[in-house]
Design a binder for this molecule. Structure first.
Ligand SMILES: [Zn+2]
Length: 435
């Protein structure tokens, strides 16, 4: 290579470097302080003495919190309206008005005695992405729609009505705030008589939700971002163990057909098998009752709950088959009878879109953040969006894995990382056409 060629190569390399640097530098970074202050401001609506919030859907606190967020959305230049289901939607025009919108957001309602980050980080993060687009004078091709879903923690009426799976029969159901769902929807600016029309009849390009992990995986491993592979499916069973009730004083130990001892062996078996089987399945016995339930009577019958969760229905079935095998062994050993009654409907797993996972991964990499692909063991708005549009989900760490509690905490820099990843993912989605 002569000198002039190597000089040209060096110049080209430099240009490429500078261009990519400028491109990366063009995008402003999220303002962690602003996000923190907005979380604190939002936490005043429904604040309780424990430092958490009681901002259950449709309550006065929910209405005030939503008004606070709506005002911020308008200040950020969004065209804000409330749909018939009570979802707040803020639209930012794109250069191609006929393109399907890119939707992103989460919820601001809480469980009773909830924390200040569940849902809120996704909403404040979505708002932050809008602020950064404004700062950077960036206009996307696709219109953008920031959404605050109605009643995520209770009925999921917001996302279900939007995707067209909400049954109007449920409008008379109660809610944590004491109002019926229908009256609640009316209270937050929806219209229960038109709830069917909340269904989106036009396509959505993609949906992305930023959320706190609500588990301890990222925090424990000191990882910045979780790329969610999907929201797990859940199957439930009622398990009945039948033995023989008898006198606790006069029946010798050998030969007893004690349903509770048999159930105990099975509960331990379920835990052992779910722990040692390869995979990330979880199985839980959360409720148990012995009959007749007297100190001096050998229990003749035990009823308990069984719940299995996994990203794949097939895996849930496999785990269940193994548990049934355990049950047969206990039946034999203890001379009892064990039956499983499946409760329906099952919650089907909602896998996220693998193409969006890749875009999130690329976004994380440009920011030099650490990450891990992972399932979500908790339910989210994204789970009902996934069947109708390519859906992605970004997790940020929850300190100590604590959620649905006043102890819930996500550090400002983690929230900012989440907003940065969300923004970059939105911009990549804007350049991606799905078939
Ligand atoms: Zn949530």
């Amino acid at each position: 290579m002569n000198n002039s060629i190597s000089y040209k190569v060096a110049v080209v390399c430099w240009l490429v470097l500078i261009t990519s640097f400028i491109q990366a530098g063009e995008l402003p970074l999220a303002n962690a302080e602003r996000m923190k202050n907005r979380i604190i401001a939002l936490s005043h609506f429904g604040k309780n003495v424990h430092g958490g919030v009681d901002r259950t859907a449709f309550s006065d606190a929910d209405i005030s919190g939503r008004a606070y967020i709506s005002a911020l959305m308008r200040d950020a230049g969004l065209d804000v309206h409330i749909d018939y289901a009570g979802n707040i939607i803020g639209r930012r025009a794109g250069t191609q008005p006929l393109f399907a919108p890119i939707m992103f957001g989460s919820h601001t309602d809480s469980v009773p005695g909830g924390g200040n980050y569940d849902g809120d980080v996704g909403v404040i993060g979505a708002l932050e992405a809008i602020e950064l687009l404004n700062t950077g004078n960036i206009v996307t091709r696709h219109p953008l729609e920031m959404i605050v879903f109605a009643d995520e923690e209770g009925s999921m009426v917001g996302n279900m009505a939007l995707v067209g799976i909400f049954s109007a029969d449920a409008l008379s159901n109660g809610s944590s705030s004491g109002f019926t769902l229908g009256d609640g929807v009316d209270r937050i600016g929806g219209d229960q008589t038109k709830i069917k029309q909340a269904r989106r009849s036009t396509p959505i390009h993609a949906f992305v939700e930023l959320h706190i992990e609500q588990g301890g995986f990222l925090d424990e491993k000191s990882l910045d971002i979780g790329i969610v592979e999907g929201i797990v499916g859940i199957h439930w069973w009622d398990v009945v163990v039948k033995g023989v009730a008898n006198h606790g004083g006069t029946t010798p130990m050998p030969g007893r057909r004690d349903a509770l001892v048999a159930a105990s062996k099975l509960v331990i078996g379920i835990n052992d098998r779910a722990t040692t089987m390869p995979g990330r399945q979880v199985a839980t016995v959360g409720k148990i009752q012995a009959f007749p339930g007297a100190p001096n009577v050998i229990p003749g019958k035990v009823e308990f709950s069984l719940e299995i969760r996994d990203l794949e229905t097939e895996k849930i079935n496999q785990v269940f088959e193994v548990i049934k095998g355990e049950a047969r062994a206990v039946e034999e050993e203890m001379n009892v009878e064990i039956t499983f009654e499946a409760l329906t409907p099952h919650l089907r797993p909602a896998p996220t879109d693998v193409r969006i996972r890749r875009l999130i991964e690329q976004s994380v990499s440009t920011l030099d953040l650490s990450y891990q692909h992972m399932p979500s063991g908790a339910g989210h708005d994204a789970q009902n969006m996934a069947p109708i549009t390519p859906t992605g989900m970004i997790f940020v760490p929850s300190r100590g894995g604590i959620s649905h509690s006043p102890m819930e905490y996500t550090a400002p820099h983690d929230m900012a990382n989440g907003a940065d990843v969300l923004l970059r993912t939105i911009l990549k989605l804007d350049e991606t056409e799905f078939e």
